[in-house]
Design a protein around this ligand. Structure first.
Ligand code: ARG
Length: 583
């Protein structure tokens, strides 16, 4: 069967009926995000002027004319308000989708829309000398996914990890370390040892408040570059990185730029001066602030009364530096929504400073994890460490595998991929502002709306395809799909049943969903599309036997399976989740 270019074929019909240039009409043709609306849609607003009729009237008249002379490949043309919605005939549609998926292969859904555009994505950003805890899991997972999505759409992405590596806590830590610490002990226990020192400092300072003065003195010394202080602080940073690196490796994450608040430590006075020059800086109770009352926000604190530096000031300095270094079109900051005010404030200040690029600064907030017992507290010692969480996810997954498929080869590796994938998927499945209920049974379920379910469906498709390959074939899954569709007995008409049509429809929508996710900074749009695809494929799988004797039928169903496998893997990849071949 020939492949038609549907957009040009549809615009040709429109040109014939309107007498307008085809190329222009083709440019207006849209692909609705939900193909239930139509596979293609043509808005008639622009025609209203030329044809001197209301767009609604134009849509219904044109649709009627098109219906009267509808070619075989077109299933239906219907007017809905000012739009003409086009539905392809099922066979043509199947042919179209399967060719698009299998020819593009791992690139299906990617695009060039981002060419020449630069995006910074800052995410993860844990705080040195503190455990990487569950409070930073969301930013790490969501940030990484946005990073992946933008790269896939052709943007030039730079990922930044902005460590919380400066502040008064380091004065306390250094004081405590010099009084009660031991090098060997800290070397062995890493962050746990540092946390212990921190707790000890507070206990002792309750009894002897002069310790606070000592700590403050260390902060001042460090600001002035004190060698001993800086050396100890650097060592604390390196120790912390050992834990973070282990976690990033397991999460399969790396960053283009490692930065930290300390980088901007010596820029604070310059920022204050700049603000003063621009007439934005005011004094308030001895502190320096930018008044934001006109914008219904509390003032943005720039310098503390004692000259100490502040979080917003560091962010302002970092933003200016990032623009100078990367010349970004957009700069995203992924953090918990409890920091929304902080970002709104300093971004407003940057705007008031008159930087035109301020409009490219964007805070991407997200909701927190909730537990049965209520809101998680990180204030006391009861933080949930990511390392423990990952271990627990993997252990629990291994238990499930041992029950379901005890003979699985590489069980440990698969458990790592599935357990960690499940955690990621769980965070990505809802709109990011929604709080995430933490419930292991739900997260790890193999048949809910979960990561394991999508992975399992992918593995199922792989196993079906494997069965069809002769033992000596060296084709990979992508090549197999292309070989199947290129065969002379391939007949897309054999996929016009409802179940196949649903699967095809969801795959057809996949590229539009990726774009939608990027526009809204909402990974869940992709996660949901993957669950929908997995569900539709499983319904198809249970209803239609795939490996049948009838060669054309077998070929058609295998081709569909090969395309599903590809799309599931690409989608999981965008979410940062592995797609094991067996599980
Ligand atoms: N380290 C900070 C925290 O844990 C997050 C940093 C967010 N990024 C920023 N540019 N302020 O709260």
């Amino acid at each position: 069967m020939e492949t038609l270019n549907f957009t040009s074929a549809i615009s040709e019909i429109l040109a014939a009926h309107t007498g307008l240039p085809q190329a222009e009409l083709e440019r207006c043709l849209e692909t609705p995000a939900d193909s239930k609306v139509g596979h293609y849609a043509f808005p008639c607003f622009n025609l209203a002027k030329v044809l001197k009729k209301s767009p609604q009237v134009i849509a219904s008249e044109l649709a009627e004319k098109i219906e009267a002379g509808r070619p075989g490949w077109l299933g239906q043309a219907v007017a809905t308000n000012a739009y003409i919605n086009f539905f392809l005939n099922r066979t043509a549609f199947a042919n179209n989708v399967l060719y698009s998926v299998l020819e593009a292969g791992t690139e299906y859904g990617s695009s060039e829309e981002g060419f020449g555009k630069k995006i910074l994505v800052e995410y993860s950003s844990p705080n040195i000398a503190k455990h990487f805890h569950i409070g930073h899991l969301g930013t790490t997972i969501i940030g990484r996914t946005l990073d992946n999505i933008y790269r896939f759409l052709g943007y030039e992405v730079t990922s930044i990890n902005f460590f919380g590596d400066w502040g008064t806590q380091f004065g306390k830590l250094i004081t405590a370390y010099l009084k009660w610490g031991s090098k060997e002990e800290i070397e062995k226990t890493e962050i746990a040892g540092l946390v212990k020192l921190y707790v000890k400092f507070h206990e002792e300072a309750d009894k002897d408040p002069t310790l606070n003065d000592e700590a403050r003195a260390w902060v001042v010394k460090m600001q002035n570059g004190d060698e001993q202080g800086i050396a100890i602080w650097k060592w604390f940073c390196e120790l912390s990185m050992l834990e973070y690196d282990r976690i990033y490796e397991r999460l399969q994450i790396s960053f283009d730029v490692l930065s930290g608040e300390s980088h901007y430590n010596d820029k604070m006075d310059a920022i204050a001066q700049l603000l003063a020059q621009k007439g934005l800086l005011q004094e308030s109770d001895g502190a320096k602030i930018v008044d934001l009352e006109a914008y219904n926000m509390p003032p943005c604190l720039i310098l503390k009364r004692d000259g100490g530096t502040l979080y917003p000031t560091r962010d302002i300095a970092a933003a200016i530096d990032r623009y100078e270094r990367f010349d970004f079109d957009k700069s995203l900051y992924v953090t918990g929504n409890e920091q929304s005010l902080h970002f709104a404030q300093w971004m407003k200040v940057v705007e008031l400073m008159g930087y035109p690029w301020a409009s490219g600064l964007l805070h991407i907030p997200y909701g927190m994890y909730l537990f049965e017992s209520g809101k998680m507290s990180t204030r006391r010692g009861d933080v949930i460490k990511i390392e423990d969480l990952l271990d627990e996810a993997v252990t629990k997954t291994l238990e499930i595998i041992n029950e379901k498929n005890p003979d699985l080869p590489n069980k440990e590796r698969v458990a790592e991929q599935v357990g960690i994938g499940a955690l990621k998927f769980n965070k990505l499945y809802n709109s990011r502002m929604k709080d995430t209920m933490f419930d292991w049974d739900r997260i790890l379920s193999f048949d809910g709306e979960t990561g394991p379910y999508v992975q399992y469906t992918h593995a199922r498709a792989c196993s079906v395809l494997k069965k069809s390959l002769s033992a000596d074939s060296r084709l990979d899954f992508g090549e197999l799909g292309l070989a199947l569709i290129s065969g002379s007995t391939f007949d897309a008409g054999l996929l016009s049943d409802d179940e196949s049509f649903d699967v095809l429809r969801i795959m057809h929508d996949f590229p539009a969903k990726i774009k939608d996710a990027a526009e809204k900074y909402e990974p869940f749009i992709i996660a949901r599309q993957l669950v929908a695809l997995a569900q539709a494929y499983n319904i198809f799988y249970h209803k239609h036997q795939i490996i049948v004797d009838d060669e054309p039928v077998r070929r058609a169903r295998l081709t569909l399976t090969a395309a599903v496998k590809l799309v599931l893997k690409t989608g999981l990849g965008l979410l940062g989740i592995s797609a094991p071949v067996v599980m």
